[in-house]
Write a protein that binds this ligand. Structure first.
Ligand SMILES: [Zn+2]
Ligand SMILES: [Zn+2]
Length: 239
């Protein structure tokens, strides 16, 4: 019965490539041409921060130079699905600013695959990176919350949309570089319900990891609230 309705729906509204709009045979999200343009991050990569390696490192050295130096980071694991480049940029900007909210289902499938090390290590809660309420009113949706909701349908990990809040409005991060980015966000996030976070292994869901300062500020707030570990899972990252 459902197959009949599925076929009927596909005949009326055939699935389309979320990038170029071409009609596609299945609901994989992208046509073959657009899929080939996307630069997926695959092994080998640093086991901790997920930074992709050009070549396979020698046995036992699955950490990048930075992680080997044991630099202080609030993250247990970081993973991203794709490189942030021209091909993925348009897809993400359309999803974020131009109401292409249908893209969430495809992007969540990528997140689910990219996060396999995180699911294997065990995680209790997924938390989308929050927007300040004034930004949310303007944009009408939080793209990270949409990603988390779609991801929850795939992996069943509980999602918390309300505990982590951005209580201070900040200038867009693109206006700053380096240390200024960290300063811009300092103390902008807080945890409203610390009892829901205490002792939990949480994963932050975001669209793009640029320098990681947003995710770091969120992680520090979560650690202050007693989170046992914080991972990050983003659709794309600047490599
Ligand atoms: Zn396409
Ligand atoms: Zn690393």
């Amino acid at each position: 019965m459902w197959a009949f309705f599925d076929n009927l729906l596909n005949a009326i509204l055939p699935p389309r490539c979320i990038k170029c709009g071409a009609v596609i045979a299945d609901d994989s999200g992208l046509c073959a041409d657009c899929f080939n343009e996307i630069n997926f991050i695959s092994a080998p990569y640093c086991q901790k921060c997920g930074h992709p390696f050009e070549t396979t490192p020698s046995a036992g050295k699955m950490l990048c130079g930075r992680c080997m130096k044991n630099l202080k980071t609030p993250f247990r694991f970081s993973r991203s699905a794709v490189h942030y480049d021209e091909a993925s940029k348009n897809l993400i900007l359309a999803f974020k600013f131009m109401d292409k909210t249908d893209n969430a289902a495809t992007l969540a499938r990528w997140l689910n695959l990219a996060g396999r090390d995180i699911w294997a290590a065990g995680v209790d809660l997924m938390l989308p990176v929050p927007l300040h309420y004034t930004r949310l009113l303007k944009r009408r949706y939080n793209q990270c919350a949409l990603l988390a909701a779609e991801l929850h349908k795939l992996n069943g990990v509980p999602t918390d949309y309300t505990s982590l809040v951005k209580h201070r409005r900040t200038r867009p991060q693109v206006e700053f570089s380096g240390h200024e980015r960290i300063k811009n966000l300092k103390g902008a996030f807080s945890v409203k319900h610390p009892e829901k976070i205490k002792g939990k292994r949480v994963v932050l869901i975001d669209d793009v990891m640029t320098t990681g300062s947003t995710l770091k500020e969120c992680a520090l707030a979560l650690k202050r609230a007693g989170a046992r570990s914080v991972d990050t899972l983003t659709v794309a990252r600047v490599v």
